[in-house]
Design a protein around this ligand. Structure first.
Ligand code: GUN
Length: 297
């Protein structure tokens, strides 16, 4: 069997960011609106700092104003909620993102609940999660949205009747991914750490999305021949003999390419899609707040 197609998320995300930048220019020209995104980072988690820096850079390139709020680790929940209140009422801010995870002394759900759902570009507020679950239009979490775009680019827009398996049940990826695929009329199974016969469940799937955070867990013989495999995992492997530590996905890529129809690599697959979808969501939010029809992307 021929090797699977390598789904290039980096190239797809670049194209998406170009299209979003065009929409930002249109908003300025036709409506005098400059979309703005506020990114809040509490503490100094090195990985989060890199994500936030990238988000600001990509905003700049797309013509979106970014407002960065870096707060010390000892920030109280009350102080954070007060900041969000201010951002909720700031007309220059169309989108608000609070980088997760938050320090242990802060209640994540209370913080997410404080964000105005109309500015919730992460789609994590229960109001937006509920809209997605009930099939109403709203802001959709960025990583699953990016995964769906890659799946449709591979399989076409009609996913009706396909068997989809989502491995992982987080609020950030697994649950919204399952809801999105259900909305596309897939037959959706959610598998997780307590699932029995995981390999068997995977082997039935035309679409397999892995988001569990365990390096190389999904083996080639778990995959249905010809399946579309989307790997959300970003796992840092222990350093090799030269002291270099590489990234690995949740899927054993070397094995998967021998069986699947198409697979996303790590890095360069889903990762770049998340920020591109965040920019897209900021445009969606800015349009909705100003009663402007949201352009197709
Ligand atoms: N931490 C890891 N992924 C995400 C994400 O998509 N949004 C936010 N806010 N924090 C994250």
């Amino acid at each position: 069997m021929a090797e699977a197609k390598r789904i290039d998320g980096k190239v797809f995300a670049e194209g998406l960011r170009v299209r979003v930048a065009e929409q930002v220019r249109d908003l300025k020209e036709n409506h005098n609106i400059s979309p703005g995104l506020a990114v809040v980072l509490v503490g100094n988690d090195p990985a989060s700092e890199i994500y936030v820096r990238n988000k600001n850079k990509m905003c700049g390139e797309a013509g979106i104003k970014s407002f960065e709020h870096k707060l010390p680790d000892e920030t109280t929940q009350k102080e954070l909620l007060t900041l969000i209140d201010g951002l909720n009422s700031d007309p220059a801010v169309n989108g608000i993102l609070v980088q997760l995870p938050l320090p242990d002394h802060i209640d994540e759900q209370a913080v997410l609940a404080k964000i105005d759902p109309a500015k919730d570009v992460d789609g994590f507020h229960v109001f937006n999660a509920g809209k997605l679950a009930t099939g109403a239009p709203g802001l959709v979490p960025c990583t699953p949205l990016g995964c769906l775009m890659l799946i449709k680019d591979q399989l076409g827009d009609d996913l009706s009747g396909k068997r989809a398996l989502v491995l992982g049940r987080s609020n950030i990826v697994g649950k919204p991914m399952a809801a999105l695929l259900l909305r596309e009329h897939c037959t959706v199974t959610i598998a997780h750490s307590r699932t029995q016969d995981l390999a068997e469940e995977c082997a039935r799937a035309d679409i397999l999305v892995a988001a569990v955070g365990r390096a190389n867990m999904v083996k080639g013989n778990w995959i249905k021949p010809g399946a579309t495999v989307i790997d959300v995992g970003i796992n840092r492997l222990p350093p090799n003999d030269e002291g270099k530590s590489k990234l690995a996905g949740d899927v054993d890529y070397g094995e998967a390419v021998q069986v699947a129809g198409a697979v996303t690599p790590v890095p360069g697959g889903v990762g770049p899609m998340t920020i591109a979808c965040l920019l897209r969501n900021t445009v969606v939010a800015a349009c909705a707040q100003n009663d402007i029809e949201v352009p197709e992307v």
